[in-house]
Design a protein around this ligand. Structure first.
Ligand code: PFF
Length: 454
């Protein structure tokens, strides 16, 4: 039961890790965060953070997993000791909490697929009202998010190779294709250029601490970085794998999908005269408009197809999130994979109920008094993703510099990439992990604490 299975080849790993990265974070979260945080200025900070800080940390995370051949906790423990293992444990908890709300949003996407393809959603007059009542509806949401979790569990039971790879291999190219087609369509609409300007021409006076805070959190979330998911996937790859190249491809794919999603949404937002800063409902409110304008039959096909692909993108992410605690329990507690998958899936589903009910169904969850009357979903997302993932990245950089050591880290990265030693990339990665990441993220946390307290 516990022999470690691996990805079948390089492409398999890249697709699975890119599948983990590309998801609701790119198509749902990135556009609304960009819309709420001033457009192009946010985009710029997000890209800078991705290259300057996240990419080197991603190399670090994958290398830790491959060297230690273990789950998030086990890897820190093997290369460090039990205390360092706490970083991994913290990441596993974040994975559980992120999946708990992520699965709820995935359920919305699935519901939209059904409502567009087989229901009458495209005949609505006000998509904003529709979204508001849709997310507040308990029965549909319960059913769809439970369904989503069950499908996730089914795939994770089959293991990394059979389940995770196959799903990524087919869906990613399709998603890319439909995005490009929708961009072409949305750019042809009246007033589309106002959206392009909002998205691509930075107004630096818009930058606040909030912008930076959200962009950094978004960069980590989007790359599935800082919680040990890439340690887990990294533990399934072979020594022949070129980590530098794989991490570059994953980063570029992930960033491209987010960038394209923005390029699709903002022309549409402006041509429909909508508010870019409307928050988490943005894509659910704006996109049906484009499908409606295509006419009843084409609209159902393209709209249904789009939301179905979004579900697949979300699925390759939920799979990777569920794999984090599962790998831990299989590796450390020597439990049967099948049992662990189903138990964890159900526990996480239950943990997600307050987030699900916080979208208008149950008042105590919808407006938390200690959290500025915002929702439980917002709270969980902020604590376990926006704050915790950069914190996980900071702790990992300290771990590499202080405990694992750079020479051991370099040796691991050089496996499968003999030219790495002495290269520019090696120097760049060291400088980032040794100085830039800890200093920048350190300042970032001091500012967060000051901001939250005062
Ligand atoms: N990167 C995923 C997305 O952008 O949708 C979300 C995610 C998946 C975060 C897996 C963290 C993770 F471990």
């Amino acid at each position: 039961m516990n022999t470690r299975e691996g990805f079948s080849n390089r492409l398999g790993f890249i697709l699975a890790a890119a599948g983990s990265a590309v998801g609701l974070g790119n198509i749902w979260k990135f556009p609304y965060e960009t819309g709420q945080n001033g457009g192009a200025a946010f985009l710029l900070i997000y890209i800078a953070c991705t290259f300057l800080i996240c990419y080197p940390l991603m190399v670090g995370e994958i290398a830790i997993g491959r060297k230690a051949q273990s789950d998030a906790y086990g890897s820190y423990k093997t290369l460090g000791n039990k205390k360092w293992g706490l970083i991994g444990l913290f990441g596993i908890i974040c994975g559980v909490m992120i999946l708990s709300f992520y699965n709820v949003v995935a359920g919305w996407a699935f519901g939209y697929f059904l409502e567009i393809s087989f229901g009458s959603l495209l005949q609505e007059e006000n998509f904003g009202n529709f979204f508001g009542s849709y997310v507040a509806d308990v029965s549909d949401n319960l059913l769809f998010s439970l369904g989503f979790m069950v499908i996730t569990a089914f795939i994770v039971v089959r293991g990394v190779k059979g389940g995770i790879e196959t799903a990524s291999r087919i869906m990613m190219p399709l998603l890319f294709f439909i995005l490009i087609a929708l961009i072409a369509y949305s750019l042809s609409l009246p007033n589309a250029m106002a959206g392009v300007r909002f998205y691509l021409m930075p107004d630096f006076s818009e930058i606040t601490f909030e912008t930076i805070y959200s962009a950094v959190g978004q960069a980590f979330f989007s790359l599935s970085l800082g919680l040990g998911g890439l340690i887990t996937y990294g533990s399934y790859i072979s020594k022949k794998e070129n980590i530098i190249r794989s991490a570059s491809m994953i980063t570029i794919m992930d960033m491209s999908v987010a960038f394209l999603a923005g390029l699709m949404i903002f022309p549409l937002v402006f041509s429909q005269g909508q508010e870019p800063a409307q928050g988490p409902g943005l894509v659910f409110v704006v996109l049906p408009g484009i499908f409606q304008s295509m006419g009843p039959i084409l609209g159902k096909i393209v709209g249904g197809g789009f939301f179905l692909l979004l579900c697949f993108a979300a699925l390759t992410s939920t799979i990777s999130l569920l794999e984090i605690p599962v790998a831990y329990l299989v590796d450390q507690k020597k439990k049967s994979r099948k049992l662990v998958v189903w138990v964890m899936a159900m526990v996480i589903f239950l943990v997600g109920l307050p987030s699900m009910l916080s979208q208008g169904a149950v008042r105590i969850f919808s407006s938390l008094p200690f959290y500025g009357n915002k929702s439980t979903l917002d709270f969980v997302a902020e604590v376990f993703s926006d704050i915790s993932l950069p914190l996980g990245g900071l702790l990992m950089s300290i771990f590499i510099a202080r405990r694992w050591t750079f020479s051991a880290f370099s040796d691991e990265v050089a496996e499968g990439n003999p030219k790495y030693k002495g290269s520019f990339v090696e120097k760049y990665i060291h400088i980032v992990i040794k100085y830039i990441a800890p200093v920048a993220l350190g300042i970032f946390f001091v500012l967060i604490v000051l901001e939250k307290i005062f």
